[in-house]
Design a protein around this ligand. Structure first.
Ligand code: NDP
Ligand code: 2IT
Length: 449
């Protein structure tokens, strides 16, 4: 039986229990710790919520399964598949699938936990979930990717559904994978429903979904800058990653007159002193989305610097947008950024900053938006894709983009409402409290479930 905070569970006791119950899950513990610490005072002054975080930190259901598939050499390969169904208090589980060799239960539980708060912040009726596999799409042929996706979905399909759990993309899962996954779901379920989001707009997808996370991130950054009478125009911007989120964040920054100096992949980063313009970004899109090449090729093509096995955080900038993966920004990186003049960090990735790094940004009172607020545009437009599917309609680019802008504005307002500390806006606190309340109230209404 879990005790409630009312009977004395301190943050320290909570974390001791959390670590004991999840001993090999450092990323999961890290994500819960950040939330627990920032909600402590709020829960103290709202005792009806005592004990709820303990419930939220236990997934409603976790599915783990074998994924056998046949490679191009006719060998059987075994991977592990997962779906973490974290919280369905406010809607069906919703969240992406990640295919990357680093995937394990800890990473998916942290992502599903964050997703619950993020989805709540969007204002849409979506619960939190996340899934994926330790499958590595790098170097695989299209047929290998297809056979893997079909096998993965053969097991997953019984656990998902448009009113149950609606997966989408994440690292290693883009339009190609969603297509193969959807095709197999349709064969097995014998119905055409909006069971996955991120589908191609020609057959059930929403316009602007591919762009949504990166665009939404930049819309959020604009609102943050506006609180200090600043704008993107003319600012030096660092972006990490060169995948879906990074590409569209870069596109929007360029559109608003910012100068994007860096992009990266897991091998290193490019530093283009002249700035990455739309034509160069097009090269990156083809390189990454079609040729599936390495970012180093950009440096060869445009004769700029390439730093092998390094991150971009030592380059002087005004704005930093980490858009690759978790824990890509260490405490030392945070110090280097701030010392070199960075005053705005918007997280396109999920939990890219170590807790010590995010604490440092807050302590230095820079504009710092955690992923659950800043990258919520992707799942928000996924929610709009679900709505369009249910209505059997297709909205225009303009309409979806307007909705996305409205959503990012509302999330910013929520962060201000709950995160204001005098002149300073603590976006960590604001997003955690803002995301928590709706889920917590729903859980209280629904009893001990
Ligand atoms: P992609 O697979 O399209 O791109 C991922 C990028 O990050 C690639 O450049 C990749 O490099 C790099 N990367 C991945 N893993 C690592 C690693 N361990 N170390 C260094 N670089 C790495 O994924 P997305 O752009 O979709 O996702 C990026 C981040 O954004 C993730 O944290 C994801 O959870 C988050 N996110 C994504 C959303 C979406 O809608 N897609 C929504 C909200 C958040 P390489 O090619 O070498 O692997
Ligand atoms: O982390 C995320 O929010 C995503 N990968 C997108 C999830 C979704 O359901 O669109």
């Amino acid at each position: 039986m879990s005790k409630t905070k009312k009977v004395g569970l301190s943050v320290q006791q909570f974390l001791l229990r959390l670590r004991a119950r999840n001993p090999y899950e450092p990323e999961f513990v890290q994500s819960v710790q950040e939330v627990v610490e920032s909600l402590d005072d709020f829960i103290d002054s709202h005792p009806k919520y005592a004990g709820l975080l303990e419930r939220m930190a236990e997934p409603e259901r976790t599915i783990i399964f074998r994924v056998p598939w046949i490679n191009d050499n006719n060998e059987i390969v075994i991977n592990r598949g997962y779906r973490v169904q974290m919280n369905s208090a406010i809607g069906p589980y919703k969240g992406g699938l990640r295919f990357h060799p680093s995937v394990n239960l800890s990473i998916l539980k942290f992502l599903a936990f964050e997703q619950t708060f993020k989805n709540s912040l969007t204002g849409l009726p979506m619960g939190g979930g996340k899934g994926g596999s330790d499958f590595d799409p790098k170097g695989k042929s299209d047929y290998e990717i297809m056979r893997f996706c079909q096998s993965f979905m053969t097991e997953l399909h019984g656990h998902i559904g448009m009113n149950t759990d609606v997966p989408a993309g994440d690292i290693g899962v883009g339009g190609r994978e969603i297509g193969f996954l959807f095709g197999q779901y349709k064969r097995l379920a014998k119905e055409f429903t909006g069971v996955l989001t991120g589908k191609h707009p020609g057959w059930g997808g929403s316009h602007i979904r591919p762009e949504a996370t990166g665009y939404g991130l930049v819309y959020f950054v604009q609102h943050m800058l506006a609180t200090r009478n600043k704008a993107i125009k003319g600012k030096r911007v660092l972006i990490s990653g060169s995948g879906n989120v990074a590409q569209f964040a870069c596109e929007k920054i360029i559109e608003h007159g910012g100068k994007v100096l860096t992009m990266s992949d897991s091998n290193g980063f490019v530093y283009d002193k002249n700035g990455i313009d739309i034509e160069k970004l097009e090269f990156i899109k083809i390189l990454k989305n079609q040729k599936r090449g390495r970012i180093a090729e950009y440096a060869d093509r445009y004769h700029c610097e390439y730093f092998e096995n390094a991150k971009p955080w030592n380059v002087a900038c005004h704005i930093a947008l980490p858009c690759a993966t978790q824990n890509e920004l260490e405490f030392e990186d945070a110090v280097a950024l701030v010392e070199n003049g960075c005053y705005c960090v918007g997280e396109g990735a999920n939990m890219p900053s170590r807790n010590a790094a995010s604490d440092y940004f807050v302590e230095k009172k820079i504009l710092y938006a955690p992923g659950k607020a800043a990258n919520a545009g992707g799942v928000a437009v996924s929610g709009l894709e679900m709505t369009q599917n249910n209505m059997r309609t297709v909205w225009t680019h303009e309409k979806v983009d307007r909705e996305l802008q409205g959503t990012m504005h509302r999330i910013h307002n929520t962060c201000v409402k709950y995160g204001k500390e005098g002149e300073f806006i603590n976006y960590v606190k604001g997003s955690n409290i803002g995301g928590f309340i709706k889920v917590a109230d729903a859980m209280l209404d629904q009893g001990a479930v």
